[in-house]
Design a protein around this ligand. Structure first.
Ligand code: NAP
Length: 485
């Protein structure tokens, strides 16, 4: 099955922080792939902007090197690379100064979409918004893209929303959560709202519980200083896992349009109960055989009480979900890299096969990475003679296989999201009130463990996390599903 590519309108995309890590690793490779796919029109232009003094040719060389490093293979060696690089320009701009702004204003073309990607430290978002406005660089149709983290708590998120709102309408602000750009996340909505099969069962009457796991094998690496001020709650739970929770739990929106979808997500966040302290487990990874440093060493803070792992049990107080727990966990240096949502259905009310047939629950697993796909675990008779024994087997739909080789790999999340910015579609971006509501849910938990002086539980690198997290489910007569690559 070959996916259809519809070219977007011509655009000028300014990447503030165009020389930084995110631009080189994600944004420029994503744009290059869309260029190769024929989605980026030839009139499109990408302007890198940062304080470093580069000529346009020097920056083009940086872009070429980034594509070779992060896209690699034949793709990066093709003629397409030169065609792509021809669309690149550079301006030396200081977000906090006067340098470069007039030059940037002079480069903007009339009659095409203007988008400004803020790929710089969040402390600069307000400065950029103010200067873009002051220098008359933005039109009413211009868009700004802001990266995570969006605030550090409710107060800072609110302040940032207010600052951006001084210069841009909410309809012009695209807050990125790259999890929302994943193929499977959108498929989650297609599966729920495009089929009759699941939605009648999608409630507390039939669903025993839901698990959301985002496991990483990497440690904090070079991000130790930032991470130690954030921790797994701020870095992952409040944003990525919260967004997944919203999509799995929300009511069907009346239509697939940005505000209809985001209104429903917001209702989920607002219906979340406060999480009780004994329903939260925080952990910190330990060193592994002298091979990998432990969290505290990696973070450069020997007395750190920041969590590199968090698991919690959440409840949504509404008609659909009353009584169904949502178990969420995320952590670093775990046994495998795996992001999965599992909807665990209740057992059949009565087993006609007797107690010896055991308990068999259907599980719908939505894998976000690696190998994006969906598996439905169903119960069948064990093949062969000798009585009625039951086994659980997966009905597996790995997208790469199901859609065939012509389908290619699904586009990277950044590819889809940047094209959505150009198209002016905000469905997969967080609205300001959603972000604030998510902080309002997370803040009391953080304040609680800070006030109690809690120290995270140690866990072995390469494990499934602290044992206390296993107990969180064991107490309820349940178990986490395995973390498998
Ligand atoms: P980075 O590697 O430190 O790059 C920062 C960029 O900002 C550089 O291009 C830098 O260039 C530019 N810059 C710094 N001060 C500036 C100023 N006053 N005016 C104009 N440009 C300035 O950071 P990054 O890792 O790319 O992260 C960028 C943003 O993305 C951050 O908000 C981060 O939280 C977010 N993010 C990053 C990742 C990731 O994987 N890297 C993932 C998720 C979110 P000059 O020094 O030359 O000015």
């Amino acid at each position: 099955m070959v996916s259809r590519v519809i070219p977007v309108e011509p655009f000028d995309l300014v990447i503030f922080g165009g020389t930084g890590d995110l631009a080189r690793r994600k944004i420029l490779p994503a744009l290059f792939r869309r260029f190769c796919a024929g989605q980026m029109p030839h009139e499109a232009r990408i302007i890198g902007a940062a304080r470093s003094r580069h000529g346009a040719d020097e920056y083009k060389a940086t872009v070429r090197a980034a594509i070779v490093e992060f896209v690699g293979g034949n793709e990066a060696q093709s003629d397409a690379l030169e065609g792509f690089v021809d669309r690149i320009d550079y301006v030396t701009v200081d977000a906090r100064g006067t340098d470069g702004w007039a030059e940037l204003a002079g480069k903007m073309r009339d009659g095409c979409v203007r988008a400004f990607y803020f790929s710089v430290a969040p402390a600069l978002f307000g400065d950029l918004a103010e200067r873009i406005h002051h220098h008359g660089i933005a039109t009413e149709q211009s868009r700004i893209v802001v990266e995570k983290p969006f605030g550090n708590d409710l107060a800072t998120a609110r302040a940032l929303n207010d600052t951006l709102a001084e210069h841009f309408d909410e309809g012009q602000i695209y807050r990125i959560d790259h999890y929302l750009g994943k193929e499977t996340v959108q498929n989650l909505m297609a599966i729920r709202f495009g089929n009759m099969l699941f939605e009648p069962l999608w409630n507390s009457q039939y669903v025993d519980h839901i698990q959301i796991t985002v496991a990483e094998t990497v440690g904090v690496g070079g991000r130790g200083e930032y991470y130690d001020k954030a921790g797994a709650m701020r870095d992952m739970m409040q944003n990525h896992l919260m967004q997944l929770l919203c999509l799995i739990a929300m009511e069907p929106p009346a239509k697939f349009d940005p505000d209809a979808v985001r209104d429903e997500k917001l209702k989920v966040i607002r219906a979340l109960d406060a999480v009780e302290p004994h329903h939260i487990v925080r952990g910190q990874y330990q060193a592994l055989d002298g091979e990998h440093p432990g969290y505290r060493e990696a973070a450069g803070n020997p007395r750190s009480s920041t969590e590199s792992y968090i698991a919690l049990k959440a409840h949504i107080s509404n008609w659909r979900w009353a009584g169904t727990p949502f178990y969420l966990r995320t952590g670093k240096r775990l046994v495998a890299r795996s992001s999965v949502i599992s909807v665990v259905f209740k057992d059949a009310p009565h087993s006609i096969f007797g107690a010896e047939a055991g308990r068999h629950a259907n599980v719908l697993s939505i894998r976000l990475q690696p190998n994006e796909g969906i598996t439905l675990q169903v119960t069948i008779k064990e093949p062969g003679p000798g009585g009625m024994r039951l086994v659980d087997v997966p009905l597996d739909m790995t997208f790469a296989e199901a859609l065939g080789p012509e389908g290619g790999d699904p586009p990277d999340a950044y590819e889809r999201l940047i094209m959505d910015v150009i198209r002016g579609n905000q469905t997969l971006f967080m609205r300001g009130d959603e972000v604030e509501a998510a902080w309002a849910w997370a803040d009391p938990m953080i304040a609680g463990w800070t006030a109690r002086g809690e120290v995270p539980k140690p866990y072995e690198s390469g494990s499934v996390g602290p044992d206390h997290a296993e107990q969180l489910l064991r107490r309820d007569g349940r178990a986490w599903r395995g973390i498998k690559p």
